[in-house]
Design a protein around this ligand. Structure first.
Ligand code: 13P
Length: 352
């Protein structure tokens, strides 16, 4: 392990007000999203969609790294160029999702534990040879009156820490993702309490496993009320509570926090990220960035709809959402950016 390389890569991921774009949906998840749009659920369609994303002009202005899936990292553009090469040539760092999914946890009804540690050392070696410089592992924490349990928080945190240690041994920056889910009617205060607990547990295990925090990126949920909670706080209140929670639980040695979007709309995710940076950026120890999947991709996926003729318009929508999030990192995102936008002289329809 070369510590300086890990530190450099982790710093680059959150440098220059950029962030990560997750295009690492597993085959079943990608197929589910395609099915909703009536797009064929084939390897060819998944490849074409990922090519659309990877070849989006000027994506690297706002996106520092792309998180790929095992199928995607092995694919090529129509002209035969490996995706990895196209990504690096665009000035973007390639990353890879390495967990194998969340499975039901034994003796813990309603809870899940993420798997994928078996054989991970060998897989990381292969991904590193292919050019991946960072990795992602997602733990999911479901919420209701009686969960999460201690057992779920501890098992997921330990797996995240063992994954992170294996990544650093292989010279790969771990993106550590403990996600407290938004499904449920819990209050924002309960989300804060659980997110704080989850993060304390994760950092305790990272310490035990000797993970170097300077070479690690945290990918948490924003602190938000459950989707069906009657009380829905505004953007500023959510920003205040999220930052309070993170200041209490994330060591200053971590270079960056890159939020997941978790099903928020693109506009809301940008507005919330923006509020955190407007209100706190100048006095936070870490960069507050994004690692969004749906909140960047969704409009582009809907515009593309599986049709070659829609590629350019879909790329404009993707570029637009990425650009909004870079503005949000600077505290410069305003709702007016969402008015029908222009790009390279071509007017684009506002993404729904
Ligand atoms: P969302 O932003 O769609 O939640 O996806 C981010 C991600 O990578 C989840 O693991």
């Amino acid at each position: 392990m070369n510590s300086q390389d890990l530190i450099d890569t982790a710093s680059k991921i959150v440098a220059d007000d950029k962030g990560l774009l997750a295009i690492d949906e597993s085959i079943p998840t990608c197929n589910k999203r395609f099915a909703k749009q009536g797009i064929p659920q084939t390897e060819a369609a998944r490849r074409a969609y990922r090519e659309l994303i990877i070849t989006t002009p000027r994506l690297g202005e706002s996106i520092s790294g792309l998180i790929l899936y095992d199928e995607t990292i092995r694919q090529q553009k129509t002209d035969g160029t490996p995706f990895i090469k196209a990504i690096v040539d665009a000035g973007i760092i390639p990353g890879i999702k390495v967990d194998t999914g969340a499975q039901e946890m034994a003796l813990h009804p309603g809870e899940k534990v993420t798997e994928g540690l078996d054989g991970l050392r060998e897989r990381l070696k292969e991904y590193s040879r292919m050019g991946a410089r960072f990795a992602k592992w997602r733990a999911v924490i479901a919420v209701d009156e009686s969960i999460p349990s201690r057992g779920c928080l501890e098992a997921n945190a330990q797996a995240l820490a063992r994954y992170a240690a294996l990544c650093q041994e292989a010279g790969i920056v771990p993106v550590v993702e403990p996600e407290v889910l938004m499904q449920g009617d819990h209050t924002i205060e309960r989300c804060r309490e659980l997110t704080e607990d989850a993060l304390h547990t994760v950092f305790a295990h990272l310490y035990t496993q000797r993970v170097m925090l300077e070479g690690t990126i945290l990918k948490p949920n924003m602190v938000l009320p459950g989707l069906t909670c009657p009380q829905q706080e505004g953007v500023d209140a959510a920003a205040d509570i999220t930052v309070t929670c993170l200041l209490r639980s994330v060591p200053a040695a971590v270079p960056g926090i890159a939020f997941l979007s978790g099903g928020q709309s693109g506009e809301l995710a940008s507005a919330r990220l923006n509020a955190m940076n407007v209100r706190f950026k100048s006095h936070l120890p870490w960069g507050v960035a994004f690692s969004f999947g749906r909140a960047i991709q969704q409009p582009a996926l809907e515009i593309w709809n599986g049709r070659e003729t829609n590629v350019a318009a879909a790329q404009q929508a993707l570029y637009h959402r990425a650009r909004c999030n870079r503005a949000a990192r600077r505290g410069e995102y305003v709702a007016a950016m969402e008015k029908p936008w222009k790009w390279d002289g071509v007017s684009g329809a506002k993404a729904a």
